[in-house]
Design a protein around this ligand. Structure first.
Ligand SMILES: NC(=O)c1ccc[n+]([C@@H]2O[C@H](COP(=O)([O-])OP(=O)(O)OC[C@H]3O[C@@H](n4cnc5c(N)ncnc54)[C@H](O)[C@@H]3O)[C@@H](O)[C@H]2O)c1
Length: 265
């Protein structure tokens, strides 16, 4: 521990259970001296596990469906009331595909469900940023970060419409990053994480085989959730003030590999 986030205040979405990437991020941010507010969809909060994290992190939980502008306005206004002013970082760790959940093949997707998938997994990021922008809720030199996956750039057939969701998410980071950078000195990035054994991750068909494929392909192996949390801490800290509008791979080298002999032995 080094108090990298001493005095910083942040909002962390997406901690469902102790496997969640956001769970680890919340724990690490608090260990590094941050004060945080936790948020998740009301349905996830009813499952109750987030309360244990809230107690451990001494953080309030403010429910918000990330697709609802009303909920988001309430989340960010209440957070400012709690902190007694603006905050310094925001973490978007939200993803869900209706078509993947229902096992629809990519060549026969339900497009209404697809809209819902995009709304939850990508447009929610724009909605969050627009709400923060309108409320003028983030301090100068703040940091906004969302989690992505390399299916935004390469084809992973079982990832289905989540690939397009992530492409959209990354594009929102670049486009809003321009506005936040120019006007408020705030940076916006996406972190592209290795496959990780979480509830959302394991919802993808064939995930276990895919996890071990990526692990063998990556010279350093798959990046564990704890290390993802460390990278997020760095991206919220003052050591990355001029990093913005980037998609940053945290994947043990996977994204640069063509072939790894370990896979064909
Ligand atoms: N696990 C992986 O392999 C992996 C790899 C790269 C990126 N990611 C991304 O990491 C992020 C976090 O996923 P995770 O793997 O920790 O799984 P997770 O299931 O623990 O987290 C997903 C979260 O999204 C929340 N959510 C869903 N709908 C919501 C809504 N309408 N409003 C607010 N919150 C909502 C869920 O309640 C849950 O907390 C996602 O964006 C995911 O795509 C995951």
């Amino acid at each position: 521990m080094s108090n990298l986030l001493s005095g910083k205040k942040g909002i962390i979405s997406g901690a469902l259970n102790s496997e969640s990437l956001a769970w680890k991020v919340a724990e690490r941010c608090v260990e590094e001296g941050a004060q945080i507010v936790l948020t998740n969809a009301p349905v996830a909060m009813r499952m109750g596990e987030i309360n244990g994290l809230a107690e451990k992190c001494n953080a309030p939980v403010i429910g918000a469906d990330a697709t609802s502008m009303e909920d988001l306005e309430n989340l960010f206004s209440k957070s400012m009331e709690h902190f007694g002013g603006k905050f310094d970082f925001v973490f978007h760790s939200i993803g869900m595909s209706v078509n993947v959940r229902k096992g629809k093949p990519y060549t026969d997707l339900n497009h209404e469900w697809m809209q819902k998938t995009f709304d939850v997994s990508a447009i929610s990021f724009h909605k969050m940023m627009q709400t923060i922008w309108k409320l003028d809720a983030i301090n100068d030199w703040g940091s906004i970060l969302a989690l992505s996956y390399i299916a935004a750039q390469r084809v992973f057939p079982d990832y289905s419409e989540m690939a397009e969701s992530k492409a959209l998410l990354e594009s929102f980071a670049r486009s809003f990053g321009y506005h936040f950078g120019t006007t408020k000195h705030v940076r916006v990035n996406t972190l592209s994480q290795s496959p990780t054994m979480t509830t959302a991750g394991q919802g993808v068909k064939g995930f276990h085989d895919f996890f071990s494929y990526a692990d063998k392909m990556s010279p350093l192996g798959n990046a564990p959730a704890e290390n993802c949390a460390n990278y997020c801490v760095m991206l919220f800290s003052d050591y990355t003030r001029y990093v913005t509008m980037q998609n940053l791979y945290h994947d043990g080298g996977f994204s640069t590999m063509g072939m790894n002999p370990a896979l064909i032995q």
